[in-house]
Design a protein around this ligand. Structure first.
Ligand code: PLP
Length: 386
């Protein structure tokens, strides 16, 4: 009989869930237990213990995420940064070199530029949208190449097929942070990436109520990363695992709605006389619009924009909108608005931000699942002349 869970929406609900159902419960129970009875395990990594990432809730998530990502295996971690740091530390040693996209998420940027040099791991920043410069930065010690599906906050789209081809040609491990796209809009593993990491805090969970992380890839790479995770200790607890698995079930419904809502808001903002610039790959004005159309099923729920009138206008707008909460993070059901210079990118110097095209006045919007019409009306009143 053919596999009944063939399409994404069905996989989100059913893949990885225990069968037969435990005591008939439609939703898998929460196993609130740190340790489990010894059952003859021989290896340290197999002893059933929450930090060893092999408890029932973790295993169910691993099974579900692997199916969603089209990967052999997956691992959940205590946060996106736990997934990213554990993955990179499992693969890189002192003396190794990493090629990494220039405008990475702030926490990842700090890990690579502040922590890795002290560990003897060298990192070179590349313009991931233009493959022409990559070869010159390759060294005999280069082990991996690291990019994000869509960058924060300008939504840059790297030349992802070229990243995969370059990694193949030079024997590098190709790693992508797929947080902003989610497997609904882009599936990196079937596209040739070796590893896909996520801040599962964002779209995968989708409700802004936990932090979590995930990494997917081949069974051999995930086993290496799991061993590293067991030693570093950033394991996802049982209750957060339950919430993540529950959130995942509605991922496709949420993300597709957010794709549409963000595109509608981006068009509205782009046509508004008080708006200076809108950054959203779904708009033809975006420099990688054609690439985004070719690669992604949708461009996600995050966009950024600038108003005429600088920081004062941005702050006045933030004070006048009524639906969005003024808060960092993204990918949840609530619409969130933030000024990256004061939140996600406050760790960079002003000069570093400007070099990356992030002005002080830039606003980033993560569109939730509220009615698009309500958001349009709210934005309209907040932009109206006094
Ligand atoms: N990767 C991206 C693209 C992010 O936006 C974030 C958080 O904002 C992270 C990783 C880190 O995730 P977490 O906050 O779950 O550790």
């Amino acid at each position: 009989m053919s596999e009944p869970y063939r399409r994404l929406e069905t996989q989100l609900v059913h893949a990885g869930e225990p069968l037969p159902r435990i005591a008939g419960a439609i939703e898998m129970p929460i196993f609130q237990s740190a340790t489990f009875e010894y059952a003859g395990e021989q290896r340290y990594d197999d002893v059933r213990y929450l930090r060893s990432n092999n408890t029932p809730s973790q295993l169910a998530l691993h099974g579900k995420l692997a199916v969603l990502e089209g990967a052999e295996a997956a691992l959940v971690c205590a946060s996106g940064m736990a997934a990213i740091s554990t993955t990179l530390l499992a693969l890189l040693r002192s003396g190794d070199h990493l090629l990494a996209q220039r405008s990475l998420y702030g926490g990842t940027h700090e890990l690579l530029t502040q922590e890795f040099p002290a560990l003897g791991i060298a990192v070179s920043a590349i313009d991931a949208t233009r493959p022409a410069g990559w070869q010159a930065q390759l060294t005999a010690s280069t082990r991996a190449i690291y990019v994000e599906a869509l960058t924060n906050p300008l939504l840059e789209v790297a030349d992802l097929p070229a990243v995969v081809a370059f990694a193949r040609a030079h024997g590098l491990i190709a790693i992508i942070d797929n947080t902003f796209a989610s497997p609904v809009n882009y599936r990196p593993i079937p596209a040739g990436f070796d590893l896909s990491v996520h801040s599962a805090t964002k779209y995968l969970n989708g409700h802004s109520d936990i932090v979590a992380g995930a990494v997917s890839g081949s069974a051999a790479l995930i086993e290496r990363i799991r061993h590293q995770a067991n030693v570093l200790g950033g394991a996802l607890d049982a209750h957060a695992a339950f919430l993540l698995k529950r959130g995942l079930k509605t991922l496709a419904l949420r993300v597709r709605y957010q794709n549409d809502s963000a595109l509608t808001l981006a068009r509205f903002l782009a046509a508004h006389p008080r708006v200076r610039a809108v950054h959203y790959p779904g708009l033809p004005s975006h420099p990688q619009h054609e690439r985004a159309r070719a690669l992604f099923a949708g461009c996600g729920g995050v966009l950024s924009f600038e108003l005429h009138g600088g920081v004062a206008a941005a702050d006045a707008f933030s004070a006048r909108v009524r639906i969005p909460a003024i808060a960092p993070s993204l990918g949840g059901v609530h619409t969130l608005l933030t000024r990256p210079a004061t939140t996600s990118h406050a760790g960079l110097s002003r000069a570093e931000r400007l070099e990356r095209g992030i002005s002080d006045a830039l606003l980033r919007l993560s569109v939730g699942i509220e009615a698009t019409e309500d958001l349009l009306e709210d934005f309209g009143q907040a932009l109206a002349e006094d």
